[in-house]
Design a protein around this ligand. Structure first.
Ligand code: F0G
Length: 456
């Protein structure tokens, strides 16, 4: 088989700005060792997120010009609604300006004190919106899902036995809905199998609990099902995605990922009463029901993006480029979460710098080194993002200490990836020089965005 190439050519370019290592040492120091506080002009390769960083196609750009900016009843809304309905089969399609707006609306209605919302693993904004409503967010990954060194398919799965135990413990009446995140972002971008979706659905149906998909990366998940789940090899990714949605009663989606756009999202569901309430909240917080906080032209771009993302040469390139990145790192002995997921490489900080304890944020220390050494911006997903102190002031960390290098869609070429492979390997070779970090400022919620650090 020949090299899988980028299935596009480049018509417009964006200049990169090069800095020296000594400049970067000063820049990251001024940003309090938090890459969220860097100026993006000072970043060479930006792997902070794959969200909203997509390069749009010429068809998407041309459809922006074709947007109908009517406040109500816009033609662009109907084009968007048709594509989302065709994909998800869901009855009510409510546009939002991004994923967390859909979450906020949903949980302000179904959440509240005493309620429990399970998920394979909640993304941080999902968890924050649930907790802000007063409800409890529970993660139920499988045992291998939290073991970065184990190579297995579908490590994003929900632990269905633990889900049943949770339902028995708290009572179905206290679980307004159960989520499933595809792919499982906080669990390493790992896919969920169709079998797991089906088993989860079956269990929830027995208890009468609605099932919602956090569908940000549904196309990448569907492609993994095609590659690795018996019985799906001859189905199209579109057919697989439609089957995934056929099991759920609703979905939240950040179109900034597999919608292939820079902003947008939606909330969708079958329940008429829930939809009526959601549209009322939408009008207060986001905008009218046919634009939901977006320019109408953005709905055109999402409609086009949701079709393009199901193109299998795109997905083959997408999944292969992440896998290629991972393969080269593993060959050089760099510890990563295996196998690579759909949208990112996750370095396993525990094994990368075993001498830095979780309370000294080993992941943050690697993030800083990658920036200083290579101008690469990455993101800690470990004790900075999910850790806290207990009543005795003792650090409580999450099961994994990871550094995410999320790959924007259709933005970087193979030589950019080769450069990053070299830079990561060089940082790994110098890992004994890395020092732990101390947090000197933290906000009350989602502290990773604005925290300040210093070297221990
Ligand atoms: N759910 C998942 C699984 C996500 O990954 C994200 C965003 C959201 C919900 C929220 O969507 O950003 O449009 O409000 N993830 C980005 C990331 C921010 O970097 O992984 P949003």
């Amino acid at each position: 088989m020949k090299t899988i190439i980028e299935p596009f050519k480049i018509k417009m370019v964006e200049q990169l700005r090069f800095t020296t290592e000594s400049e970067r040492r000063e820049l990251i120091r001024r940003a309090h060792y938090n890459p969220f506080l860097l100026h993006s002009d000072d970043v060479l390769i930006d792997f902070l997120t794959d969200s909203g960083t997509t390069a749009m196609s010429q068809k998407q750009w041309s459809r922006l010009m074709d947007g109908d900016e009517a406040y109500a009843g816009s033609r662009s809304y109907y084009a968007f609604e048709e594509v989302v309905h065709d994909l998800t089969g869901l009855k009510h399609i409510i546009p939002t300006h991004q994923g967390r707006a859909a979450e906020k609306i949903l949980f302000s209605i179904v959440g509240g004190k005493g309620k429990v919302i399970p998920n394979n693993t909640h993304f941080d904004t999902t968890r924050a919106n649930i907790e802000e409503s007063g409800a409890e967010a529970v993660d139920l990954p499988t045992a291998i899902g939290v073991r970065p060194e184990v190579r297995a398919d579908f490590k994003g799965n929900m632990d269905v036995e633990r889900l049943e135990a949770l339902i028995e413990k708290v009572g179905a009446q206290n679980i307004p809905l159960c989520m499933m995140t595809v792919t499982n972002n906080s669990g390493g971008g790992q896919p969920v199998s169709m079998q797991n979706i089906r088993e989860t659905k079956k269990l929830l149906s027995r208890y009468g609990i609605p099932f919602f998909l956090d569908a940000c990366r549904f196309a990448e998940n569907a492609y993994f099902i095609k590659l690795h789940e018996p019985g799906y090899e001859h189905k199209t990714v579109g057919e697989i995605a439609r089957e995934m949605f056929s099991y759920v009663d609703g979905a939240t989606m950040s179109a900034k990922k597999d919608g292939l756009v820079n902003t947008g999202g939606f909330l969708a569901m079958n329940d008429d009463e829930l939809a009526r309430k959601a549209r009322n909240v939408l009008i207060v917080t986001e905008g009218f029901t046919t634009y939901g906080g977006l320019a109408r032209r953005d709905l055109e771009a999402i409609a086009q993006g949701l079709r393009e993302v199901l193109n299998e040469s795109y997905l083959a390139y997408r999944i292969r480029s992440v896998e290629y990145f991972g393969e080269k790192l593993v060959a050089a002995g760099v510890p990563i979460l295996e196998p690579p997921g759909g949208h990112a490489i996750y370095l396993d900080a525990r094994r990368f710098v075993p001498d830095i304890p979780p309370e000294q944020f080993p992941g943050q220390s690697i993030v800083v080194a990658l920036y200083e050494h290579g101008g690469i911006r990455s993101c800690e997903i470990g004790s900075v993002m999910f850790g806290h102190k207990d009543a005795n002031g003792k650090h409580v960390g999450p099961p994994m200490e990871l550094v995410r290098m999320a790959i924007p869609r259709r933005v970087y070429t193979q030589s950019h990836i080769d450069y990053c492979i070299e830079a990561v390997i060089e940082v790994y070779e110098k890992r004994n020089e890395l020092r732990g970090m101390r947090m000197t400022y933290e906000a009350p919620t989602l502290r990773h965005f604005t925290a300040h650090f210093e070297s221990v």
